[in-house]
Design a protein around this ligand. Structure first.
Ligand SMILES: Nc1ncnc2c1ncn2[C@@H]1O[C@H](COP(=O)(O)OP(=O)(O)OP(=O)(O)O)[C@@H](O)[C@H]1O
Ligand SMILES: [Mg+2]
Length: 264
C-alpha cells in the first residue's frame, strides 16, 4: 500500500509557489530521505503532508486519504522544537504530552497508563531511568531522543522528522541515526526524514528525494546520489564518493549555493 502519493503537487504561501510540481510515492514501511539546500521547501513539504499547511494544488494522499483525514496516523518531530524550556517539565512529562495532545486536550494530571507508556518510550530511545530529570538539563542529542519518544507514544503509522540530526555532533548524529534505524526495523513505520547530512542515514534510506523549489531527483539512493545530481543542487564542489562499498555524499556549505531565489 502507498503511504504517500503526490501528483503534480505545488505548495503555495499566499498564492506564491514555494515548491512546484512534485510527483512521487512511497510504500508503507519505507524511509524517504529528503534533501535540499536552505529554502528548498523541505519543511513546507512535511507540513503539507501532515496537514499543518493547507495551501496546495495537485493531488496529495496519505494512506489513500486527504492529509487532514489521515492526521491521527501521523507523528511529527519539528525542526526546532517549540517547547518553552523555562516551563519545568521532566523528560517523562514531555514524552507523555505526545499522548495527551493527540486526544485534542491537555490533562493537568497525566494518567498512570500514559506515564507507563512514556517510560517504555524513553526506554526504547535508551533513556530509561532518566524520566524524572528536567528536559532543559539534557544535552542536544538526548533532547532529540526525548522528542522521538514523544512522537512514538501516540503510535503513528507515518513519522515525519524535520532535521533530527541538525546541531548534533558526529557521535550524537550516529546515535540518533541508530535509534531511527531501530524504529524502522522494530516498528515498521513509514518515515520521511529531512537532513543536510545524508551520510549517517544512508543505511535506512529506501528512497532519496532531492528538491530545490522543485523536484530535482527522486528514486533509489544509488540512482539519485550521483555527482551530476548533487552538483546541480549544491554546486561544483559537491560529490559522491564510494567508500568501502557505501556511498559518501559531500554537499559542502549549503548556504553557498542557493538556487531559485526566494528567501526566508
Ligand atoms: N509561513 C510562510 N510564509 C511564507 N513563505 C514561507 C513560509 N514558510 C516557508 N516559506 C517559504 O517557502 C520556501 C521554502 O521554505 P522551507 O522552510 O520549506 O525550506 P526548507 O527546505 O525547510 O529550508 P531549511 O533547510 O532552511 O529548513 C522559502 O522560500 C520560504 O521563504
Ligand atoms: Mg526546514
Amino acid at each position: 500500500m502507498e503511504a504517500i502519493t503526490a501528483e503534480n503537487l505545488t505548495i503555495l504561501y499566499n498564492g506564491k509557489p514555494a515548491l512546484g510540481g512534485v510527483s512521487f510515492s512511497i510504500e508503507k514501511g519505507e524511509t524517504l530521505l529528503l534533501l535540499g539546500p536552505n529554502g528548498a521547501g523541505k519543511t513546507s513539504l512535511l507540513k503539507t503532508v501532515s496537514c499543518f499547511h493547507r495551501e496546495y494544488t495537485g493531488k496529495l494522499e496519505v494512506f489513500g486519504k486527504n492529509p487532514c483525514e489521515a492526521r491521527e496516523f501521523i507523528g511529527y518531530v519539528p525542526q526546532s522544537h517549540s517547547l518553552n524550556e523555562r516551563v519545568p517539565l521532566t523528560a517523562l512529562e514531555v514524552v507523555a504530552m505526545g499522548a495527551v495532545y493527540r486526544r485534542g486536550f491537555v490533562h493537568f494530571k497525566i494518567p498512570p497508563e500514559t506515564m507507563r507508556r512514556a517510560e517504555e518510550a524513553l526506554e526504547f530511545v535508551g533513556l530509561d531511568g532518566l524520566g524524572e530529570r528536567l528536559f532543559s538539563q539534557f544535552s542536544g542529542g538526548q533532547k532529540q531522543k526525548i522528542l522521538l519518544a514523544r512522537a512514538l507514544i501516540s503510535d503513528p503509522k507515518l513519522l515525519l522528522l524535520d532535521e533530527p540530526l541538525s546541531s548534533l555532533d558526529p557521535s550524537a548524529r550516529a546515535e540518533v541515526a541508530r535509534i531511527l534505524s531501530k524504529i524502522k526495523s522494530r516498528k515498521g513505520l513509514t518515515m520521511v526524514i529531512t537532513t543536510h547530512d545524508i551520510n549517517p542515514l544512508l543505511d535506512i534510506g529506501d528512497r532519496v528525494m532531492l528538491i530545490n523549489r522543485r523536484l530535482i531527483a527522486f528514486g533509489k539512493p544509488e540512482d539519485v546520489l550521483t555527482d551530476d545530481v548533487v552538483k546541480s543542487v549544491y554546486g561544483p564542489l559537491a560529490r559522491v564518493i564510494p567508500v568501502g562499498g557505501k556511498l559518501f555524499c559531500i554537499t559542502g556549505d549549503v548556504h553557498l549555493y542557493r538556487h531559485g531565489g526566494g528567501g526566508k
